[in-house]
Design a protein around this ligand. Structure first.
Ligand SMILES: Nc1ncnc2c1ncn2[C@@H]1O[C@H](COP(=O)(O)OP(=O)(O)O)[C@@H](O)[C@H]1O
Ligand SMILES: [Mg+2]
Length: 294
C-alpha cells in the first residue's frame, strides 16, 4: 500500500483515502485530519512516525513516542457504524487482553494506545495455532458489561445486515436459504443464552504479539450479545479449512471456546448464506452453507 500525496504533504494511506472518497461526511473528516492530528500530538506531547499503510481502511494509525519515551500508537477513527464505541470498549477491557488506552478523546474518535512490541500479527502463525490463541483471547474478552453501558445490542447489527440483504434481493442465488438466514438473524439474538461484550470482527490481523501479555487485541467493533457470534469471523477467515470440513472446524473451535457448537454452526450458516458481497465465490459459499444447514 502507498501513501496518497493529497492534503499538502500530510501522509494519508491510499486505502484510507479510497474509503473516505465514498461519502461527503468522510471526505470532510479527511480534510480536517491533518489539523486534528497536529492538535493531538501537541496536547498529548507526541513525536509521530509515518502512518501504517497496510490493513488500514477506516482509521489513521501511526507509531508515536510520548514525552517520557514510552512507545505508543495514535489511532484516529473515521466515523463509521461498526466502529462506534471502540474507545468505550477498549476502556472497559482495560488492557485484558487489549492494548491499554493511555489517552482518549471521544469527541474526535482518537486514542493513544499501548504499542504492541514486536506487534507481529497472529495471522502469521499456522491456522490451527491461530485457533488456540483466538479462542483464548475471545474467552477473556467475553465479560458482562455494567448495568448502564453505551454499547449496542448485537440484534442492532443483525437488523442492519437483514436490511442490506433484503435490499440486495436481486442478487439472491438461493432464495430459500437467504430467507432461512434472515430468520436466524432475528431468532439467534433473541435466544442468546447470555449477553456479553463481543469484539464481533475479531480476526487474526487484529491480535498482535506483545510483551505484557503474549497477545493483545486491537480494533474491536463492540456489541453486546451471544458469544457464539464472535466465533464466526475467525472461521470465515479460515476459508480453505472451512470448505474442507465445515462441521469439523466449527466443532473444534466451539470446543476450544467452550461454547455451544450448535449455535456457532447456525451463526456461521447465517453469515455465509445472508451476505451478498463478492468476497467469496458463491459456489463455495453455498456448498459450505448447505453442509452447515444439515
Ligand atoms: N496497539 C498497537 N500496537 C502496534 N501496532 C498497532 C497497534 N494498533 C494498531 N497497530 C497497527 O496499525 C494497524 C491498523 O490499526 P487498526 O486499529 O487495526 O486500524 P483499522 O481500524 O483501520 O483496522 C494494525 O494493523 C497494526 O499494524
Ligand atoms: Mg484492523
Amino acid at each position: 500500500m502507498t501513501i496518497s500525496g493529497q492534503l499538502g504533504g500530510f501522509p494519508v494511506p491510499e486505502s484510507l483515502a479510497v474509503t473516505c472518497s465514498k461519502t461527503e461526511e468522510r471526505t470532510r473528516w479527511l480534510e480536517g485530519l491533518p489539523q486534528l492530528v497536529r492538535g493531538l500530538a501537541l496536547r498529548w506531547e507526541l513525536e509521530l512516525g509515518a502512518p501504517f499503510t497496510d490493513d488500514v481502511t477506516c482509521s489513521w494509525v501511526a507509531p508515536a513516542t510520548r514525552r517520557d519515551g514510552t512507545p505508543a500508537i495514535l489511532k484516529v477513527g473515521m466515523p463509521h457504524f461498526e466502529g462506534e464505541h471502540e474507545i468505550d470498549a477498549m476502556l472497559f477491557w482495560n488492557g485484558d487482553p487489549t492494548a491499554l488506552v493511555y489517552e482518549a478523546d471521544r469527541e474526535h474518535g482518537a486514542m493513544l494506545l499501548e504499542r504492541c512490541v514486536p506487534g507481529t500479527m497472529l495471522r502469521t502463525l499456522p491456522e490451527p495455532e491461530q485457533d488456540v490463541v483466538m479462542a483464548d483471547v475471545l474467552r477473556r474478552l467475553w465479560r458482562k458489561p455494567p448495568e448502564s453501558h453505551p454499547f449496542r445490542p448485537l440484534a442492532a447489527m443483525c437488523a442492519n445486515w437483514r436490511q442490506e440483504t433484503l435490499d440486495a434481493r436481486d442478487r439472491w442465488v438461493d432464495p430459500g436459504m437467504h430467507r432461512e438466514a434472515l430468520q436466524l438473524f432475528a431468532d439467534l439474538p433473541a435466544s442468546a443464552p447470555e449477553e456479553l461484550l463481543l469484539a464481533t470482527d475479531l480476526h487474526a490481523g487484529n491480535v498482535l504479539r506483545s510483551e505484557r501479555l503474549p497477545w493483545l487485541v486491537i480494533d474491536p467493533k463492540p456489541f453486546v450479545g451471544d458469544p457464539a457470534y464472535d466465533a464466526t469471523q475467525h472461521l470465515l477467515n479460515c476459508a480453505e479449512r472451512l470448505a474442507a470440513d465445515p462441521i469439523g472446524l466449527v466443532r473444534r473451535f466451539a470446543d476450544l471456546l467452550e461454547i455451544d457448537e450448535e449455535r456457532v454452526r447456525l451463526w456461521t450458516f447465517a453469515r455465509l448464506a445472508a451476505e451478498c458481497d463478492d468476497y467469496w465465490p458463491w459456489s463455495d459459499r453455498l456448498q459450505i452453507a448447505r453442509t452447515l444447514a444439515l
